[in-house]
Design a binder for this molecule. Structure first.
Ligand SMILES: [Zn+2]
Length: 372
């Protein structure tokens, strides 16, 4: 089956949400539209803000549905490999894009349009200790999905929770909140999608006990220069690395315990872009005989311990350094999420085994990059 619908409305809504920095960072989030047994869903590797027709993959709803009748291996790597093969097989003729891992979940949501995003304020709720209770209070018709492995297991969980919901409700939920991940919003119209997102953003904004304080503060230029020198040497770079030193960040750089609420990963996107955790470096390095060598030793030790380089380096009472603008942007998102969780019972990171599941892919990619 060749799919050739006019998807300009899907492209328009995707670009509009993708261009809003409160809603989407980098390649985060995805969208879909279902019509005539075909689902158009965002392909991997595209950003919503600039997406066009080639950023979407047309998939057969019947073939996606058939995935639920199959038995898959219980070993995660084998299972996810077969699921990916079946997802690729579910594409309509002529499609070359790789569907997002969340395509299976989009197919399950019985609305024409689905817009899935990870806004920081939403993740303040989904990563809050009392996030689930808060959600039931603020959005009584929404459903909550606890933290499970992404991909097939997550889609299966949503399928089960949705089935249970429909036993006591006349209509499917328009909002699905995923613990430590984000939100899926579904509607048969774009107006319905916009109304739900307006409601989510306004309701959460009204529930905040405080907002992040991002005013810049003066940095210790001598210390910063030493860290830049160490990082340039360690990462074999010729230019300086991006840094941040705003009030919210500096408050957290006072000591390791102040740093706790930004010391691990809140969501899969944070792991992908800014690493599963930042490297914490005590300011004692500046008292060492050779501060640059001491910082390099810390960077090296991190790689020894975790088999991947640090993407974010937090230097006590100095600044936070990142190996890319993307890593810095997602670290700042971590800081926002941390602040927003204060309104929903305090921070709750992803569980260690969930982090390891995603980190496994990352370690694998890094190994293949290094050997290739
Ligand atoms: Zn997502």
């Amino acid at each position: 089956m060749m799919a050739d619908h006019d998807i300009s409305t899907l492209i328009e809504v995707s670009r509009r949400y993708g261009a809003d920095a409160r809603m989407v960072l980098l390649g985060g989030g995805n969208t879909s539209w279902k019509t005539d047994s075909v689902m158009y869903v965002k392909a991997s590797g595209h950003a919503l803000g600039t997406i066009g027709r080639d950023g979407f993959v047309a998939m057969s709803m019947d073939r996606l549905q058939a995935i639920w009748d199959k038995q898959y291996p219980t070993v995660p790597e084998q299972r996810e490999k077969q699921i990916l093969e079946d997802m690729m097989e579910s594409r309509c003729a002529g499609e070359s894009g790789r569907p997002s891992v969340e395509a299976l979940l989009h197919a399950l949501i019985p609305f024409d349009y689905v817009v899935h995003l990870h806004p920081a304020i939403v993740n303040g709720l989904t990563c809050g200790q009392s996030g689930e209770e808060s959600m039931h209070r603020l959005f009584p018709d929404a459903i909550w999905i606890p933290l499970v492995n992404p991909g097939y297991i997550l889609a299966k969980k949503v399928k089960d929770v949705m089935a249970a919901y429909l036993e006591s409700h006349d209509a499917p939920p328009a909002m699905i909140f995923l613990q430590n991940h984000g939100v899926f919003v579904g509607s048969d119209t774009i107006e319905g999608i916009d109304a739900s997102y307006d409601q989510i953003m306004e309701t959460l904004a009204k529930s905040l006990v405080r907002k992040p304080i991002f005013g810049e503060v003066k940095v210790d230029a001598k210390r910063v220069a030493l860290v830049q020198q160490a990082m340039r040497s360690h990462f074999k770079a010729s230019t300086d690395f991006p840094i941040v030193a705003n009030r919210e960040v500096m408050n957290r750089l006072a000591d390791a315990s102040s740093f706790a609420s930004v010391s691990s990963a809140y969501t899969p996107d944070h792991i992908v872009y800014s690493g599963f955790k930042p490297l914490w470096v005590s300011e004692e390095v500046f008292g060492a005989a050779d501060p640059v060598a001491a910082i390099i030793a810390s960077l090296h030790q991190f790689e020894q311990d975790y088999q991947v380089p640090a993407k974010v380096v937090a230097i006590q009472d100095t600044a936070v350094f990142a190996t890319s603008e993307a890593a810095l942007l997602l670290f700042l998102d971590t800081v926002k999420v941390a602040v927003f969780t204060e309104s929903f019972g305090g921070p709750r990171f992803m569980d260690d085994d969930q982090i390891e599941f995603i980190r496994g892919w990352e370690v694998e990619r890094y190994r293949s990059k290094m050997s290739g």
